[in-house]
Ligand binder design. Structure first.
Ligand code: OAD
Length: 283
């Protein structure tokens, strides 16, 4: 009988064995995870930063200079995210986090797809156990919360007042025809900005929490990030320095590759469901 003994299959088996034996797992994700949902990454050949300059779109100075341009860019990205869905990798990550009690998802993505996947995975799990969709009941919400990510760079479906700091859930289409037409704060009338972290801004409490989990984890699974933006990329380094392993999923090498125990060269949707699938001896 023929067996599938490709190097990728063997490496996935090694990764699964590491995960099975681990207590404490951080899953660090980047734009490559959502590439399989059709969203544009930043540094790949057709990425945002090959067509635009970050200093024109993703800095506080850019927003002060031209808030309409910045909102327009986020508006385009929000529509692309709203028109797509979590892929098999988002769903496998969410299901894995729901099955185990020691998984923390940390993302650099601002597209909200982990949150959609958390809901779908919780519904799926509930259907499996009760035959009914989860609905908005407290137990299922608590369950879903386990699969919600720490969002290191914020989320573009939230807006924050640039004057008083008040936060809003914000999904409406944005009129970028003039500064007056942009969304403003209901409390102080200040201009709202996307609730994301821009270059030069601190990541605050979320990165401290992520580092805390990373230091206590046996393994960091890194999916679809070029690992060149700090401090996010250091989440994996913290786990490694504390004696844990790194399992990297990426079609390309990154600065984390030399310190990775297992490098899985493939796309997120191809590899992650195989890595995290339930199994006889898998959590
Ligand atoms: P990048 O665009 O820098 O890197 C995307 C990574 O995903 C690359 O390493 C690709 O090889 C990999 N990749 C591409 N397609 C993939 C697929 N289908 N499956 C798995 N991996 C794939 O994106 P990030 O690392 O997320 O920050 O970028 C980090 C930060 O830089 C972003 O959060 C953003 C950006 O500037 C801010 O805007 C502050």
């Amino acid at each position: 009988m023929a067996t599938d003994a490709s190097p990728l299959t063997a490496a996935i088996a090694t990764g699964r064995e590491i995960l099975r034996a681990s207590r404490g797992i951080v899953i660090l994700t980047g734009a490559g995870l959502s590439a399989d949902s059709g969203l544009t990454t930043f540094r790949d050949p057709k990425g945002h930063w090959k067509r635009h300059r970050p200093e024109d779109l993703a800095t506080p100075e850019a927003f002060r200079r031209d808030p309409c341009l910045v909102w327009e860019w986020y508006g385009v990205r929000r529509r692309a995210a709203a028109d797509t869905a979590p892929n098999a990798a988002h769903l496998a990550i969410a299901a894995f986090a729901l099955r185990r009690d020691d998984v923390v998802i940390v993302t650099q993505n601002v597209d909200g797809l982990h949150t959609v996947a958390a809901r779908q995975a919780a519904d799926e799990r509930s259907r499996d156990t009760s035959g009914e969709p989860a609905g908005e009941v407290a137990g299922e919400l608590a369950c879903r919360t386990k699969a919600l990510p720490i969002e290191l760079h914020g989320c573009f479906y939230r807006a924050r007042c640039s004057a008083c700091g008040r936060c809003y859930e914000h999904r409406d289409r944005i009129d970028t025809s003039s500064q007056q037409a942009l969304p403003h704060c209901a409390k102080c009338s200040g201009l709202l900005r996307p609730d994301v972290v821009w270059f030069g801004e601190p990541l605050g409490e979320p990165i401290d929490r992520a580092f805390g989990y990373a230091a206590q984890s046996d393994v960091c699974v890194v999916v679809g990030t070029s690992a060149v933006v700090q401090p996010a990329a250091s989440v994996a380094v913290v786990t490694r320095r504390a004696g844990g392993a790194i399992i990297e999923v990426n079609p390309e090498e990154t600065p984390l590759t030399p310190m990775s125990t297992v490098s899985l060269r493939g796309t997120a949707a191809e590899v992650v469901p195989r890595l995290l699938a339930p199994g006889r001896r898998h959590g």
